[in-house]
Structures are given as structure tokens and as C-alpha cells.
Design a protein around this ligand. Sequence first.
Ligand SMILES: [Zn+2]
Ligand SMILES: [Zn+2]
Length: 291
Amino acid sequence: MAVRCEHCGRKACYYRLASGELICANCLENSVYKQVRKYLTLYNVVKRGQRAAYLVRYDKVSQCVAMLKVLLRIAKVLDLRLVALVPEHALDNVSKTLRILRSEGCKLVPYSLLYDPKALSLVEYVKLNEIILRDIIEKHELDVAFSPLFRDELSLLAFMGIATAAKHVFSEAFPLKKVRSLLIARPFYFVTLFDATALSYLHGLDELMDLSIPYSLEPHEKLITEQFYEITHGSHELLYSTRKSVEALQTYVISNATRCSMCLAYSNTDPCPSCTDLLRKSQQGLYRTSE
Ligand SMILES: [Zn+2]
Ligand SMILES: [Zn+2]
């Protein structure tokens, strides 16, 4: 007997760890859609008719493309225009899907990373993605950047920021970063990477899962990441409850902090320590786009 979806009674295909639900592909996508809408409303991120940039990450191509489909559904409802940065090498592999997205009104801009993947730490890589997004919204005068960081990753960054007492790391766990008219939002604030991975499988996008990771964990990052997953494994409540910790510690982080003009994070210095390291490693430049 087939296992049924708890919502619609159709055949279930996914056990959702965060909620314990058995769910079908349709209901999973609808639920993720609602999580993104909830974030956009709760944090008042976009207005109708605005223009947004989005980035498909090197290390999460299939998940980011699956989530781009969700964003496009929202873009239709809210009359948003989307510009998506896509890794050049991924364009061929997911060309069919991307062609569909393009026909639905999404502008695609190919980009390439130019450094040795072993040169950057995890935090530097996170910041690099948002520096690229910040550049693009400045250059094209867009209203907002959508950065594809997932619930579990944001929780890890909060944990890492507390463990290292680093404001510029901890404030990466915030729901958004805003400096003057520059806004970097995290639309997947409530979406887990597990759900995005499941969606990418269900859309047949998983062929890109094995791309090499474009950063190396520094020894302290490795230690903290292992501890983090050990603590949160089996307790998904913890992934969500970090939102409360972030809010509780926000005042402490903001007090006496300035902003890093590169990644827009709170920091004691400008640029922040991670962006200073990035600049040191980037004599040849860190990325290029085709326009
Ligand atoms: Zn269902
Ligand atoms: Zn910075």
C-alpha cells in the first residue's frame, strides 16, 4: 500500500524531518512557497513591481535552481522582475530548466569565480556571494538582492559567530542586511537545505549535486560545524529557535559596531576581518560576469 501525503492524500514521496510529515512533491513545493512568502511579508522585504537579483551558488546549483522556480512563482504574484546570476559552467547542464525560467521572464547573467577554491574559508565564501549580489544591485540599480542561504546554514553562522565572538560572522545570521538603499535579503530564512535538496530531486535537477565545494573549511570552522551538526542532529527545533537567539543578541551585536562596506555585515572594522582576508586573496579579482 502506498504511503499517502498527510495533506492531499496523494502518494507521499518525502519524509520531512523538520516537521515529521509525510508529504508529496506538490504539497512540499507549496509549503516551501508559503515559507518564502511568510519571510517576505514578515520582514517587509519587497514592494510590488520591484526588481530583485538572485544568485545560484556554485556549491548548491540544483537546490538554488529549484528555489529559483519558487521565487518565480512569487515574482508573478508580486509583479517582481528577477535577474539571476548563474555559474557559467552550470548553464549547459541545467539549460532546459533555465530556458523555461527565462521564458517565464527571468533574466540570466552568467558568472564565474576566479580564485582557487581552496583559498577561501566558508565564511569568506558566504560573504563573497553577497558581495557579488551587492555589486549587481548597485550596478543595475535593483531594489533588493535575494541571497540563497538556508535555515540550517543561517543557524550555523549564528553558532559560529557566538563561538568565535565575531560580530561580522554572527550578523550573517540576521534575516536581512540593509545599509542606505542597499538591501540583501535571505528569502530562505525559514526553508531548510533538506527541503531544497528534496525539491531539486523531485524536479530532476540533482545531476549537479557533485560539484566540488568552492571553499575549504578552516580548522576552527570544521570544529564548529561538526559540533553544530552533532547538537542539531535530530532536533530541528534548534534550527528554528536560533531565530530567537539571533534576536536576543542583536542589540549586543549592533552596539558600537560599524558596517562593512563590502558585505554590509556589522563589524568592529570596515572592511570586516573576512572581507580584509578576501581582498588580500583577490589580487586577480574574485569573480567576473559576462556583462
Ligand atoms: Zn500532498
Ligand atoms: Zn565584510
